[in-house]
Design a protein around this ligand. Structure first.
Ligand code: SAM
Ligand code: SF4
Length: 376
């Protein structure tokens, strides 16, 4: 049984406290005994689908390609992190590609590249080009803060036009600078959005994390933007994954509040999701001028339909954003594991995927690894 082969040993590193604690619960990848030279077994994975013990099929992989970021958004990263992973701890592009191939053989169909800020890592464009060539991968997307899009959008288009999501949390320059803790961030991100649209990277989505008291007064302004520009806006509820541990339930602006703010000004009509596992509730404006989405993990959890797993920049597999433990695939990759070994390890890990996040439980505990080290 796969589960019996999962080692339970913790993994320790030499880094700073926040980084070390992110690893405390990591299950180290060891090569299962039975699989050594097994191309036949490997081929068998081509017909497999990753499934957890609740019967959910896993088709989506989010890869955080770096823990570095040039912004320090208040809801994500600490203002002054001193715990970046040493470069040698980050998976190389070849390692990411190998894992992506193995996972595509196990039924992964979509890859979203995230971070930290993914466009900061040199080589990301080539990585996208190569991801595009993996059999079975139908969709490649990237989530970025947009800062580097003016210089990179055309290159991304040439690399096969991944779907692009840009994060933008205020339309007011001073406020955006306060949220991202980066001067002139709004101007840079807006230039990035323009560049993405000009390069033909369609559809362009925009993610807005709403934090009460920071930007909830801009909901209607954002709706107006969605009507004016060729973009799909998605409001996201603030989740307890911030490095500063400032999350409080009262700071969450709920889906219901968002609809209530927009509806009287621009009436909304709910429309069906593209797929059952899609995270966003979708609405179109009643007059046909654009659409918005709302991702409401706190007030309307969608865990029962979740189809996602995550790979961190340092090679840990996470079966949930809120996982309290993670699975060390880097150890496997760097210690002679065959593709089949990796496939078995991942299959066993995915089987244990949590039934759901526990944000709304009284004994909820925020995981040690914060959003910038997981990738949203
Ligand atoms: N740096 C890129 C960016 O900002 O788009 C990619 C990484 S970022 C971690 C991915 C997404 O997670 C962003 O859209 C960001 O707004 C979102 N995010 C970060 N912290 C969050 C939190 N505490 N709650 C909800 N969403 C969050
Ligand atoms: Fe960086 Fe993105 Fe986190 Fe902002 S949300 S700090 S841009 S990783």
């Amino acid at each position: 049984m796969f589960l019996a082969q999962l080692p339970l040993k913790g993994c320790h590193s030499e880094r700073s406290e926040e980084s070390r604690s992110a690893h405390r619960n990591s299950k180290q990848g060891k090569i299962p005994r039975f699989a050594r030279n097994d191309s036949l077994r490997c081929r068998r994975f081509a017909f497999m689908v990753l499934k957890d013990k609740f019967g959910r099929e896993i088709h989506d992989l989010r890869i955080s390609v770096t823990d570095r970021c040039n912004f320090s958004c208040v809801y994500c990263k600490s203002a002054d992190p001193k715990n970046y992973f040493p470069h040698g701890d980050l998976l190389s592009w070849d390692e990411f590609l190998r894992l992506s191939r193995v996972l595509a053989g196990l039924g992964i169909r979509k890859v979203r590249i995230t971070g930290g800020e993914p466009l900061l890592r040199p080589g990301v464009v080539d990585f996208i080009t190569q991801l595009r060539q993996i059999d079975g991968l139908e969709d490649v997307a990237i989530t970025t803060n947009g800062y580097l899009l003016p210089e990179m959008a055309a290159k991304l288009a040439a690399a096969g036009s991944p779907r692009v999501t840009v994060s933008l949390d205020s339309l007011d320059s001073a406020k955006s600078a306060r949220i991202t803790r980066t001067p002139r961030s709004l101007e840079k991100v807006m230039a990035g959005l323009d560049a993405a649209l000009e390069a033909g990277l369609k559809p362009v989505k925009v993610n807005i994390v709403l934090v009460r008291g920071f930007n909830d007064d801009e909901i209607v302004d954002f709706a107006r933007l969605a009507r004016k520009r060729d973009i799909i806006l998605r409001f996201i509820e603030f989740m307890p994954l911030d490095a500063d541990h400032t999350w409080k339930r009262e700071l969450v602006v709920t889906a219901r509040e968002i609809v209530a703010a927009i509806n009287p000004v621009y009436p909304l009509i709910e429309i069906p999701r593209h797929s059952p596992s899609e995270t966003a509730l979708r609405y179109r404006f009643a007059d046909g001028q654009g659409e918005i989405g709302i991702i409401a993990p706190v007030s309307i959890p969608f865990c029962g339909r979740c189809s996602r797993i995550r790979l961190t920049a340092d090679g840990k597999l996470r079966t949930c954003l809120f996982s309290m433990e993670e699975f060390d695939v880097r150890h496997l990759v760097r210690n002679g594991a065959t593709d089949s070994d990796i496939g078995r390890f991942v299959t066993a890990a995915v089987y244990q995927k949590e039934s759901g996040h526990r944000i709304n439980e009284p004994d909820f505990v925020q995981p040690d690894r914060t959003m910038v080290y997981i990738g949203g």
